[in-house]
Write a protein that binds this ligand. Structure first.
Ligand SMILES: [Zn+2]
Length: 339
Protein backbone atom coordinates (compact mmCIF):
# COMPACT_ATOMS: atom_id res chain seq x y z
CA UNK A 1 0.00 0.00 0.00
CA UNK A 2 2.73 2.45 0.97
CA UNK A 3 4.04 2.33 -2.58
CA UNK A 4 0.73 3.75 -3.66
CA UNK A 5 0.21 6.22 -0.84
CA UNK A 6 0.38 9.22 -3.08
CA UNK A 7 -2.46 7.76 -5.14
CA UNK A 8 -4.67 6.86 -2.17
CA UNK A 9 -7.54 9.23 -3.05
CA UNK A 10 -7.56 8.12 -6.65
CA UNK A 11 -7.54 4.45 -5.59
CA UNK A 12 -10.42 5.02 -3.16
CA UNK A 13 -12.41 5.86 -6.27
CA UNK A 14 -13.56 2.28 -6.65
CA UNK A 15 -13.64 2.25 -10.45
CA UNK A 16 -9.90 2.80 -10.48
CA UNK A 17 -8.80 1.03 -7.28
CA UNK A 18 -5.42 -0.62 -6.87
CA UNK A 19 -5.87 -2.63 -10.05
CA UNK A 20 -6.52 0.49 -12.10
CA UNK A 21 -3.58 2.23 -10.48
CA UNK A 22 -1.30 -0.62 -11.57
CA UNK A 23 -2.63 -0.27 -15.10
CA UNK A 24 -1.79 3.44 -15.00
CA UNK A 25 1.75 2.52 -14.03
CA UNK A 26 2.03 0.08 -16.92
CA UNK A 27 0.87 2.62 -19.51
CA UNK A 28 2.98 4.80 -21.79
CA UNK A 29 1.45 7.83 -23.45
CA UNK A 30 2.57 10.34 -26.05
CA UNK A 31 1.43 13.95 -25.70
CA UNK A 32 1.98 15.99 -28.86
CA UNK A 33 2.16 19.73 -28.18
CA UNK A 34 3.05 21.37 -24.87
CA UNK A 35 0.77 24.37 -25.21
CA UNK A 36 -2.31 25.01 -23.11
CA UNK A 37 -3.94 21.62 -23.69
CA UNK A 38 -0.73 19.61 -23.57
CA UNK A 39 0.49 21.10 -20.29
CA UNK A 40 -2.91 20.53 -18.64
CA UNK A 41 -3.01 16.92 -19.89
CA UNK A 42 0.57 16.26 -18.76
CA UNK A 43 -0.13 17.75 -15.34
CA UNK A 44 -3.06 15.35 -14.77
CA UNK A 45 -1.40 12.29 -16.24
CA UNK A 46 1.86 12.66 -14.34
CA UNK A 47 0.12 13.30 -11.01
CA UNK A 48 -2.13 10.30 -11.69
CA UNK A 49 0.90 8.03 -12.02
CA UNK A 50 0.98 7.08 -15.70
CA UNK A 51 4.16 5.01 -16.11
CA UNK A 52 5.79 6.82 -19.01
CA UNK A 53 4.92 10.18 -20.52
CA UNK A 54 6.64 11.23 -23.73
CA UNK A 55 6.17 14.90 -24.56
CA UNK A 56 7.00 16.61 -27.86
CA UNK A 57 6.91 20.28 -28.79
CA UNK A 58 8.71 22.39 -31.37
CA UNK A 59 8.55 25.78 -29.69
CA UNK A 60 9.94 27.67 -26.71
CA UNK A 61 8.18 29.47 -23.85
CA UNK A 62 7.04 33.05 -24.45
CA UNK A 63 5.35 35.54 -22.17
CA UNK A 64 2.01 35.31 -23.98
CA UNK A 65 1.89 31.60 -23.10
CA UNK A 66 1.73 32.15 -19.34
CA UNK A 67 -1.96 33.14 -19.25
CA UNK A 68 -3.01 29.54 -19.98
CA UNK A 69 -0.05 27.15 -20.23
CA UNK A 70 -0.03 25.87 -16.68
CA UNK A 71 3.43 24.34 -16.43
CA UNK A 72 5.40 27.49 -17.32
CA UNK A 73 6.52 30.56 -15.40
CA UNK A 74 8.42 33.79 -15.91
CA UNK A 75 11.79 32.11 -15.32
CA UNK A 76 11.13 29.82 -18.30
CA UNK A 77 10.43 32.87 -20.47
CA UNK A 78 13.59 34.58 -19.26
CA UNK A 79 15.64 31.48 -20.04
CA UNK A 80 13.88 30.97 -23.42
CA UNK A 81 13.51 27.30 -22.54
CA UNK A 82 12.01 24.94 -25.08
CA UNK A 83 8.53 24.00 -23.89
CA UNK A 84 9.31 20.29 -23.72
CA UNK A 85 12.34 20.95 -21.50
CA UNK A 86 10.54 23.41 -19.20
CA UNK A 87 7.57 21.04 -18.90
CA UNK A 88 9.78 18.06 -18.06
CA UNK A 89 11.44 20.01 -15.24
CA UNK A 90 8.09 20.86 -13.67
CA UNK A 91 6.61 17.40 -14.17
CA UNK A 92 9.57 15.66 -12.55
CA UNK A 93 9.08 17.74 -9.43
CA UNK A 94 5.44 16.67 -9.28
CA UNK A 95 6.08 12.97 -9.53
CA UNK A 96 9.57 11.50 -9.72
CA UNK A 97 8.13 8.00 -10.19
CA UNK A 98 7.01 8.80 -13.72
CA UNK A 99 9.44 8.46 -16.61
CA UNK A 100 9.28 11.64 -18.63
CA UNK A 101 10.86 11.89 -22.06
CA UNK A 102 11.06 15.40 -23.47
CA UNK A 103 11.66 15.88 -27.18
CA UNK A 104 12.04 19.25 -28.91
CA UNK A 105 11.06 18.61 -32.50
CA UNK A 106 8.51 19.31 -35.18
CA UNK A 107 6.12 16.35 -35.38
CA UNK A 108 5.64 15.33 -39.00
CA UNK A 109 5.21 12.36 -41.30
CA UNK A 110 8.88 11.50 -41.14
CA UNK A 111 9.06 11.04 -37.36
CA UNK A 112 5.55 10.35 -36.02
CA UNK A 113 5.76 6.55 -36.21
CA UNK A 114 9.06 6.58 -34.37
CA UNK A 115 7.62 8.91 -31.71
CA UNK A 116 4.78 6.41 -31.24
CA UNK A 117 7.06 3.43 -30.62
CA UNK A 118 6.23 1.66 -27.35
CA UNK A 119 3.31 4.03 -26.83
CA UNK A 120 -0.18 2.87 -25.77
CA UNK A 121 -2.14 6.05 -26.41
CA UNK A 122 -1.72 9.36 -28.25
CA UNK A 123 -3.03 12.55 -26.67
CA UNK A 124 -3.64 15.65 -28.73
CA UNK A 125 -2.23 18.93 -27.43
CA UNK A 126 -1.80 20.45 -30.89
CA UNK A 127 -3.19 23.65 -32.35
CA UNK A 128 -3.73 22.75 -36.01
CA UNK A 129 -5.59 20.22 -38.12
CA UNK A 130 -2.72 19.10 -40.28
CA UNK A 131 -0.95 17.72 -37.19
CA UNK A 132 -4.22 16.28 -35.89
CA UNK A 133 -4.80 14.36 -39.11
CA UNK A 134 -1.24 13.11 -38.86
CA UNK A 135 -1.85 11.86 -35.29
CA UNK A 136 -5.18 10.33 -36.33
CA UNK A 137 -3.69 8.50 -39.30
CA UNK A 138 -0.62 7.28 -37.44
CA UNK A 139 -2.70 6.10 -34.47
CA UNK A 140 -5.12 4.20 -36.71
CA UNK A 141 -2.28 2.68 -38.69
CA UNK A 142 -0.67 1.42 -35.47
CA UNK A 143 -3.93 0.48 -33.75
CA UNK A 144 -3.46 2.90 -30.85
CA UNK A 145 -6.27 5.05 -29.37
CA UNK A 146 -6.14 8.76 -30.24
CA UNK A 147 -7.58 11.31 -27.83
CA UNK A 148 -8.50 14.35 -29.89
CA UNK A 149 -8.83 17.77 -28.29
CA UNK A 150 -8.89 21.36 -29.48
CA UNK A 151 -9.74 24.70 -27.90
CA UNK A 152 -9.99 28.24 -29.26
CA UNK A 153 -11.86 31.34 -28.08
CA UNK A 154 -14.34 29.96 -25.49
CA UNK A 155 -15.05 26.78 -27.48
CA UNK A 156 -13.56 23.34 -27.49
CA UNK A 157 -14.02 19.89 -28.97
CA UNK A 158 -12.89 16.48 -27.86
CA UNK A 159 -13.34 12.78 -28.65
CA UNK A 160 -11.65 9.44 -28.04
CA UNK A 161 -11.11 7.50 -31.24
CA UNK A 162 -10.35 3.77 -30.99
CA UNK A 163 -9.07 1.92 -34.07
CA UNK A 164 -11.31 -0.96 -35.11
CA UNK A 165 -14.09 0.25 -32.84
CA UNK A 166 -15.09 3.85 -33.38
CA UNK A 167 -15.04 6.28 -36.29
CA UNK A 168 -11.93 8.46 -36.59
CA UNK A 169 -11.36 12.21 -36.77
CA UNK A 170 -11.55 12.14 -40.57
CA UNK A 171 -15.04 10.64 -40.40
CA UNK A 172 -16.16 13.91 -38.80
CA UNK A 173 -13.88 16.50 -40.36
CA UNK A 174 -12.90 15.94 -43.97
CA UNK A 175 -9.99 18.24 -44.49
CA UNK A 176 -8.09 21.02 -42.82
CA UNK A 177 -9.25 23.47 -45.48
CA UNK A 178 -12.84 22.89 -44.41
CA UNK A 179 -12.23 24.22 -40.93
CA UNK A 180 -12.63 27.86 -40.01
CA UNK A 181 -8.94 28.65 -39.82
CA UNK A 182 -9.50 30.38 -36.50
CA UNK A 183 -6.62 29.88 -34.08
CA UNK A 184 -5.86 31.01 -30.58
CA UNK A 185 -3.36 33.41 -32.13
CA UNK A 186 -5.96 35.16 -34.26
CA UNK A 187 -9.10 35.14 -32.11
CA UNK A 188 -7.69 34.35 -28.69
CA UNK A 189 -8.57 31.77 -26.07
CA UNK A 190 -9.60 31.83 -22.41
CA UNK A 191 -7.92 29.35 -20.12
CA UNK A 192 -10.99 27.64 -18.53
CA UNK A 193 -12.09 26.10 -21.84
CA UNK A 194 -8.63 24.59 -22.18
CA UNK A 195 -8.89 22.97 -18.74
CA UNK A 196 -12.34 21.62 -19.51
CA UNK A 197 -11.29 20.01 -22.77
CA UNK A 198 -8.05 18.65 -21.27
CA UNK A 199 -10.06 17.22 -18.36
CA UNK A 200 -12.38 15.39 -20.75
CA UNK A 201 -9.39 14.05 -22.68
CA UNK A 202 -7.72 12.81 -19.50
CA UNK A 203 -10.90 11.28 -18.10
CA UNK A 204 -11.65 9.33 -21.29
CA UNK A 205 -8.03 8.17 -21.33
CA UNK A 206 -8.32 6.99 -17.71
CA UNK A 207 -11.52 5.07 -18.45
CA UNK A 208 -9.89 3.40 -21.41
CA UNK A 209 -6.72 2.50 -19.48
CA UNK A 210 -8.58 0.86 -16.57
CA UNK A 211 -10.88 -0.95 -19.01
CA UNK A 212 -14.13 0.87 -18.15
CA UNK A 213 -15.24 0.60 -21.78
CA UNK A 214 -18.96 0.79 -20.97
CA UNK A 215 -18.35 4.24 -19.47
CA UNK A 216 -16.67 5.74 -22.54
CA UNK A 217 -18.43 8.81 -23.86
CA UNK A 218 -18.44 7.64 -27.52
CA UNK A 219 -19.31 10.99 -29.00
CA UNK A 220 -17.73 14.11 -30.40
CA UNK A 221 -18.28 16.63 -27.64
CA UNK A 222 -18.46 20.38 -28.29
CA UNK A 223 -18.49 22.88 -25.43
CA UNK A 224 -18.78 26.66 -25.47
CA UNK A 225 -18.19 27.76 -21.90
CA UNK A 226 -18.92 31.46 -22.48
CA UNK A 227 -22.18 30.98 -24.39
CA UNK A 228 -23.33 28.02 -22.29
CA UNK A 229 -23.61 25.44 -25.06
CA UNK A 230 -22.77 21.77 -24.86
CA UNK A 231 -23.41 19.43 -27.73
CA UNK A 232 -22.71 15.71 -28.02
CA UNK A 233 -22.66 14.16 -31.45
CA UNK A 234 -23.09 10.42 -30.90
CA UNK A 235 -20.80 8.17 -32.89
CA UNK A 236 -22.50 6.48 -35.80
CA UNK A 237 -20.81 4.04 -38.19
CA UNK A 238 -17.53 5.21 -39.69
CA UNK A 239 -17.79 6.84 -43.12
CA UNK A 240 -17.53 3.97 -45.59
CA UNK A 241 -15.07 5.89 -47.77
CA UNK A 242 -12.94 7.26 -44.90
CA UNK A 243 -9.34 7.22 -46.18
CA UNK A 244 -7.97 6.53 -42.70
CA UNK A 245 -10.11 4.15 -40.65
CA UNK A 246 -11.81 2.37 -43.61
CA UNK A 247 -9.65 2.50 -46.73
CA UNK A 248 -6.47 2.53 -44.66
CA UNK A 249 -4.65 4.88 -47.00
CA UNK A 250 -3.60 7.19 -44.14
CA UNK A 251 -3.13 10.27 -46.36
CA UNK A 252 -1.19 12.28 -43.77
CA UNK A 253 1.52 9.63 -43.76
CA UNK A 254 1.77 9.57 -47.57
CA UNK A 255 3.39 12.93 -48.10
CA UNK A 256 6.78 11.60 -47.12
CA UNK A 257 8.82 14.12 -45.23
CA UNK A 258 7.26 17.21 -43.76
CA UNK A 259 6.94 20.39 -45.74
CA UNK A 260 10.15 22.34 -45.47
CA UNK A 261 8.47 25.67 -44.92
CA UNK A 262 5.50 25.99 -42.57
CA UNK A 263 3.61 28.87 -41.04
CA UNK A 264 3.26 28.50 -37.28
CA UNK A 265 -0.30 29.01 -36.08
CA UNK A 266 -0.88 32.54 -37.37
CA UNK A 267 1.62 34.30 -35.16
CA UNK A 268 4.02 35.86 -37.59
CA UNK A 269 6.39 32.93 -37.53
CA UNK A 270 7.62 30.80 -40.41
CA UNK A 271 9.43 27.55 -39.71
CA UNK A 272 12.09 26.45 -42.17
CA UNK A 273 13.43 22.93 -41.90
CA UNK A 274 16.25 22.29 -44.36
CA UNK A 275 19.34 21.37 -42.38
CA UNK A 276 20.03 18.06 -40.68
CA UNK A 277 21.46 19.72 -37.59
CA UNK A 278 22.91 22.99 -36.31
CA UNK A 279 25.99 23.27 -34.10
CA UNK A 280 24.77 26.13 -31.88
CA UNK A 281 28.26 27.16 -30.78
CA UNK A 282 29.53 27.46 -34.31
CA UNK A 283 26.45 29.37 -35.46
CA UNK A 284 26.63 31.66 -32.46
CA UNK A 285 30.16 32.71 -33.43
CA UNK A 286 29.15 33.18 -37.02
CA UNK A 287 26.00 35.23 -36.36
CA UNK A 288 27.22 37.44 -33.53
CA UNK A 289 29.15 39.48 -36.07
CA UNK A 290 25.94 40.56 -37.77
CA UNK A 291 23.19 40.21 -35.18
CA UNK A 292 22.42 40.38 -31.47
CA UNK A 293 22.74 36.77 -30.41
CA UNK A 294 21.57 34.89 -27.35
CA UNK A 295 22.57 31.25 -26.95
CA UNK A 296 21.11 28.77 -24.48
CA UNK A 297 21.89 25.04 -24.29
CA UNK A 298 18.74 24.44 -26.32
CA UNK A 299 18.52 27.16 -28.95
CA UNK A 300 20.07 30.24 -30.50
CA UNK A 301 18.18 33.50 -30.91
CA UNK A 302 19.44 36.18 -33.30
CA UNK A 303 17.87 39.65 -33.49
CA UNK A 304 18.42 40.81 -37.06
CA UNK A 305 18.95 44.41 -38.03
CA UNK A 306 16.06 44.00 -40.49
CA UNK A 307 13.78 43.72 -37.44
CA UNK A 308 13.01 40.01 -37.68
CA UNK A 309 14.40 37.33 -35.44
CA UNK A 310 15.87 33.91 -36.16
CA UNK A 311 15.53 31.10 -33.64
CA UNK A 312 17.79 28.19 -34.45
CA UNK A 313 17.31 24.71 -32.98
CA UNK A 314 19.92 21.92 -32.91
CA UNK A 315 17.48 19.58 -34.71
CA UNK A 316 17.87 21.61 -37.92
CA UNK A 317 14.89 23.95 -37.68
CA UNK A 318 14.89 27.74 -37.93
CA UNK A 319 11.97 29.90 -36.90
CA UNK A 320 11.82 33.23 -38.66
CA UNK A 321 9.79 35.51 -36.39
CA UNK A 322 8.24 38.84 -37.25
CA UNK A 323 6.89 37.89 -40.66
CA UNK A 324 4.12 35.70 -41.96
CA UNK A 325 5.44 35.95 -45.51
CA UNK A 326 7.24 32.73 -46.39
CA UNK A 327 9.12 34.43 -49.22
CA UNK A 328 10.49 37.05 -46.85
CA UNK A 329 11.39 34.30 -44.37
CA UNK A 330 13.25 32.34 -47.03
CA UNK A 331 15.10 35.47 -48.10
CA UNK A 332 16.31 36.10 -44.55
CA UNK A 333 17.19 32.44 -44.15
CA UNK A 334 19.30 32.45 -47.24
CA UNK A 335 20.94 35.76 -46.24
CA UNK A 336 22.00 34.57 -42.79
CA UNK A 337 22.07 30.78 -42.94
CA UNK A 338 22.43 30.07 -46.64
CA UNK A 339 20.28 27.74 -48.71
ZN1 LIG B 1 -12.52 7.47 -40.31
Amino acid sequence: MSQYQRYSRQMLFSQIGEEGQKKFGDTSILIVGMGALGTAIANHMVRAGIGKVRIVDRDYVEKSNLQRQMLFDEDDVEATLPKAVAAKRKLEKMNSEVTIEAITADVNASNILELMEEIDMVMDGTDNFSTRFLLNDAAFKQGIPYVYGGAVSSRGMTALFIPGETPCLRCFIQDAGGTTGETCDTIGVISPIVDIIASYQVTEAMKYIVGAYEKLNRCLLTVDIWNNHTYSMKYSSPKTDCPACQKKEFPALQHGAASEVASLCGRETIQINLEKAFDLKEWSLRLEKVAKVKKTPFLLKAELEEGERLVIFPDGRVLVQGTSDSGRAKALYSRYIGM
